[in-house]
Design a protein around this ligand. Structure first.
Ligand code: FMN
Length: 132
């Protein structure tokens, strides 16, 4: 059984591009090591991430995330036990704040247990966004 969770957060004001690239590089190598897959979207102001993997690995990541001062206002959107992976690997990408603002407002209000149709919309947004 895999644990899959999604959260939204806000970037620390003044977070530099170099800090973001470092965060992405660390995440990519840790996640490969920990068998964590998913998608991280960043607008310059907001983060939206889905992560999935073995329970213990996702627990550990969630604990580190809560202590990370590069973001704040972290809200759990959903937290599910899944039989199959939703994503092959881990990817990160930029989205405009404008594109994310209105769904994020709705999802933040519905967390930590988004209804199934909203979970599907969130996954679809992450799936269709081009990443690097
Ligand atoms: C928005 C956001 C998303 C993050 N995503 C991940 C992630 O997917 N995997 C990961 O290992 N660390 C992620 N981090 C970084 C962790 O909070 C933590 O700094 C890092 O895992 C520590 O790794 P280290 O012990 O190798 O330095 C993220 C941080 C932020 C602010």
């Amino acid at each position: 059984v895999l644990r899959q969770l999604a959260f939204a957060s806000r970037a620390r004001p003044g977070l530099r591009a170099s800090e973001t690239s470092e965060l992405i590089a660390t995440s990519r190598s840790n996640n490969a090591r920990d068998h964590i897959s998913g998608v991280l979207l960043y607008t310059g102001e907001s983060f939206l991430q889905i992560v999935e993997g073995p329970e213990a690995a996702v627990n550990g990541l969630w604990r580190r995330l809560l202590l990370d001062d590069r973001h704040h206002s972290i809200v759990l959107l959903f937290d599910l036990a899944e039989d199959d992976r939703w994503s092959d690997g881990w990817r990160a990408g930029y989205v405009s704040e404008q594109q994310l603002a209105s769904p994020l407002l709705r999802w933040r209000a519905l967390g930590p247990s988004l209804p199934a149709n909203e979970v599907a919309q969130l996954r679809a947004l992450c799936e269709t966004t081009s990443t690097f």
